[in-house]
Design a protein around this ligand. Structure first.
Ligand SMILES: Cc1ncc(COP(=O)(O)O)c(C=O)c1O
Length: 285
């Protein structure tokens, strides 16, 4: 085999998608593929059989979703430029804002036929401190609007709320987060048509508690009469592929050092930012 190569097993993608489709069938929620987690578009025809669309964080991703996935396209970014927002209007079914300033700036451009939402910050950290760099509820976070910043604001044109606070987490952390959201945003939820629970739900991991997820979604829907949306990235592709590398040389300097034809910078950038360690097939632990 020519290396380096990412090899993805279509049947394992199907297995993951079937698990997500089962959650959909048991709850009536929508499940979107978060393109920032998995954007291997030749497999979109497979994923499209099971999921409802994609969520994008830029016009390029939204265009990829519109042209290659072909179902719903949702977008969230920390802020939009005038040019990006104008392009997203031509590509998206739903666009979420990260601040009231952005909502006010773009309100004159909001169009019928597109849903608009606000990303909230429930200020409820459930992540391992090792993931602090990706914790949208960390002190000083730029992501999501805190409850106190809703005071005096006008919600016209807004039909839903979005939160994304989990990262590789189980449904018990979602339960904790939903409690915080109900405690803080409970007066706003009854006025909403949909609530997007974001990504980070590790649904396809062996020890993930799917029964609890199903119960949480069904209870939330019953209480607030909203469409629930999930937008996992990693769970769609979890354990479905490998990065194949070759050892080009072995250097000795107080231990053997393998020189590979892959690098973290080019092939696994998350290894540098996050405390991820790729599992190496056949390596001694
Ligand atoms: C807004 C938003 N939605 C969804 C996701 C997907 O998260 P994951 O791949 O952990 O499921 C992310 C990832 O950072 C995100 O920022």
């Amino acid at each position: 085999m020519k290396t380096p190569a990412f090899i993805v097993d279509e049947n394992l993608i199907r297995r993951n998608c079937e698990m997500l489709a089962d959650v959909k069938a048991r709850t009536g929620c929508k499940v979107l593929l978060a393109l920032k987690g998995f954007a291997l578009w030749p497999l979109f025809p497979v994923v499209r059989e099971y999921l409802d669309g994609v969520c994008a964080s830029s016009p390029w991703e939204a265009r990829l979703g519109r042209e290659e996935f072909g179902k719903e396209v949702h977008a969230f970014a920390a802020a939009y430029s005038e040019a990006d927002f104008a392009e997203l209007l031509t590509l998206c079914d739903e666009i979420d804002f990260n601040s009231f300033a952005q909502l006010q700036r773009f309100r004159p451009h909001m169009q019928d036929g597109i849903k608009f939402g606000l990303r909230i910050n429930p200020e409820c950290s459930t992540q391992d401190p090792a993931h602090a760099i990706y914790d949208p509820c960390a002190p000083g976070s730029r992501l999501g609007i805190r409850r106190k910043d809703f005071e005096g604001q006008v919600l016209s044109g807004i039909t839903g709320l979005h939160f994304h606070t989990l990262c590789e987490q189980n449904s018990d952390d979602l339960a904790t987060t939903l409690k915080a959201i109900e405690a803080q945003f409970g007066d706003i939820l009854p006025h909403m048509e949909w609530v997007n629970f974001g990504g980070g739900h590790h649904v396809t991991r062996d020890d993930y508690d799917i029964e609890l997820l199903v119960k949480l979604i069904n209870d939330f829907k019953a209480k607030y009469d909203v469409q629930v949306i999930l937008e996992p990235g990693e769970a769609v592709a979890l354990n479905a592929g490998v990065l194949v590398a070759s050892v080009l040389d072995i250097i000795d300097n107080d231990g053997a050092i393998a020189i590979l034809d892959v690098s973290c910078t080019c092939h696994m950038p998350d290894v540098l930012e996050m405390p991820y360690r790729p599992e190496i097939d056949g390596a001694a632990l």
